[in-house]
Design a protein around this ligand. Structure first.
Ligand SMILES: Cc1cc2nc3c(=O)[nH]c(=O)nc-3n(C[C@H](O)[C@H](O)[C@H](O)COP(=O)(O)OP(=O)(O)OC[C@H]3O[C@@H](n4cnc5c(N)ncnc54)[C@H](O)[C@@H]3O)c2cc1C
Length: 457
């Protein structure tokens, strides 16, 4: 049995950084990866999708060129082989850099294979068994298909297999009107596909406030994307050369038909083949590993980081998990998961940046709430750029004056949100931001103005 000071299973968004810190502190570290270094984010998630989104934005800008007085001789065409090649280059650069660092770093043993517990502190990889007093799980998650009759009889795509497409499907039907589904919907519409999004909830991205769902739907339909909400997929079958989804819906046609089907309707943690029983590690009924505020599991000396612990579903939450574990173990700095604020973006164009609570959550918390709002149609920079879809909104606790949450759906929304997020981390009253002088012309310059117009919600 090979002994280490620490074993890390999964080289996703927390594992490699943690391996680096532990090895740097002099520990003998083994890191195990069964597939591609960098995990979902680098290979089939953030990096490739945002690279494709950039190509889609270029296509859209070219399609709108005449609005800006720019003349293109001939129609705009998208060469998907080149779009994919660009995406593959960006992904490979990130993955290869990380792989070569893991393979050569001092005190680090990089092992390729599937890691599985055979005891609380023993992990089997192939024929080898490793042991360590500290084991860190960073196994991430994967797409899960909903129970739709006949789905096992038709070919369908997931976020992973979408990465291999080097052509534009004539008609892409997407099951799932949430973050992943909407990003693919808009990018493939811009590449030239007809796109239908089927969502069983009454509105898109149903965890957001209703005004955000409505504005996002407006952005999608303005580009010719068909949105079918309140439509539950009952069954799917091949029909001629196409794929037909039978829907349970009160409005619209009871069938959605297309040439290709993408399932973007949820994810599950990769904990079902990890031998958790052999180690006695507890999960919830969906397979997410139970952790405390410092990311320790119920088994002494075992931690779980990233998507597999159910405390976040983003690269920045996985990376923050690494920071929390490293701070507690190496820096005598008692960082906690409960210290972090919710923050994320939806990378449609224009992007939605989100921080903290939605208005519905703030009201539900029983607080007395103030709200400020401004449409992008009244933001100079958005008008100048010809991007007036969307709005921004900020939610303030009337008694503490602290900002509870915000949404920026508009040009640069994913970046603009950070000035609000940082004030929230500082626990400063909103008046600090209201009095800040922001740069003209920017979207951010209207945040102080919006804060000057707060109203009771
Ligand atoms: C299409 C899409 C777009 C996304 N876009 C964004 C975005 O823009 N921003 C954002 O913040 N997040 C985004 N995400 C989410 C983000 O990718 C994940 O939250 C992030 O990758 C989680 O990191 P992780 O380290 O927990 O897991 P992962 O990145 O999934 O890494 C887990 C690793 O563990 C390995 N592994 C699993 N089991 C074993 C085992 N038993 N033995 C050995 N190795 C194992 C896997 O092969 C994998 O490499 C997106 C996700 C998808 C699907």
């Amino acid at each position: 049995m090979a002994s280490f000071d620490a074993i890390i299973i999964g080289a996703g968004q927390a594992g490699p950084s943690l391996a680096g810190r532990l090895a740097g502190a002099g520990m003998k570290v083994a890191i195990i990866e069964r597939n591609l270094v960098g995990g979902t984010c680098v290979n089939t998630g953030c990096t490739p999708t945002k690279t494709l989104v950039a190509s889609a934005e270029a296509a859209r800008f070219a399609q709108r060129a005449s609005e800006f007085g720019v003349v293109l001789d001939g129609p705009v065409r998208v060469d998907m082989k080149r779009v994919k090649a660009r995406k593959d280059r960006v992904v490979a650069q990130s993955r290869d850099g990380l792989t070569s660092w893991l393979s050569t770093a001092a005190n680090m043993t990089f092992i390729r294979g599937h890691g599985r517990f055979v005891g609380p502190h023993e992990v089997r990889v192939g024929t080898e068994t490793l042991t360590a007093p500290r084991i860190f799980l960073n196994v991430g998650g994967r797409a899960v298909a909903p129970p739709i009759g006949g789905l096992d009889q038709v070919p369908y795509l997931t976020n992973s297999s979408m990465m291999d497409l080097d052509f534009v499907p004539p008609h892409l039907v997407i099951v799932g009107g949430s973050y992943i589904g909407l990003e693919f919907a808009q990018m493939y519409r811009r590449f030239g596909a007809a796109v239908t999004v089927v969502e069983m909830a009454p509105r898109l991205i149903a965890r957001e406030d209703e005004d955000i769902s409505a504005a996002v739907e407006e952005i999608m339909t303005a580009e010719g994307i068909e949105i079918r909400t309140a439509a539950k997929c009952l069954s799917v079958a091949k029909s001629g050369g196409e794929i037909a989804l039978t829907l349970d819906c009160s409005a619209g046609a009871p069938v959605a038909t297309g040439t290709h089907l993408l399932i973007a309707a949820g994810r599950r943690p990769n904990t079902d083949d990890l031998g958790l029983d052999a180690a006695g590690i507890a999960t919830d009924n969906r397979g997410y590993i139970h952790v405390d505020d410092g990311l320790k599991t119920n088994v002494e000396g075992v931690w779980a980081l990233g998507d597999c612990n159910g405390k976040g579903a983003f690269t920045h939450t996985a990376y923050n998990d690494f920071e929390i574990v490293a701070a507690n173990l190496l820096d005598k700095d008692q960082r906690r998961v409960s210290d972090r604020l919710q923050a994320y973006a939806l990378y449609i164009d224009p992007a939605l940046g989100r921080a903290g609570m939605s208005l519905a959550e703030a009201k539900k918390s029983g607080r007395s709430v103030l709200v400020g709002q401004r449409p992008m149609a009244r933001v100079s920079r958005a008008i100048e750029k010809g991007e007036t879809h969307g709005f921004m909104k900020i939610i303030v606790d009337a008694s503490t004056k602290q900002i509870l949450g915000a949404a920026v759906l508009g040009p640069g929304g994913d970046e603009v949100i950070h000035c609000i997020l940082d004030i929230m981390y500082a626990k400063a009253p909103y008046t600090v931001l209201q009095r800040a002088m922001h740069i003209h012309p920017t979207v951010s310059e209207l945040i102080p103005t919006m804060l000057g117009e707060l109203k009771a919600a």
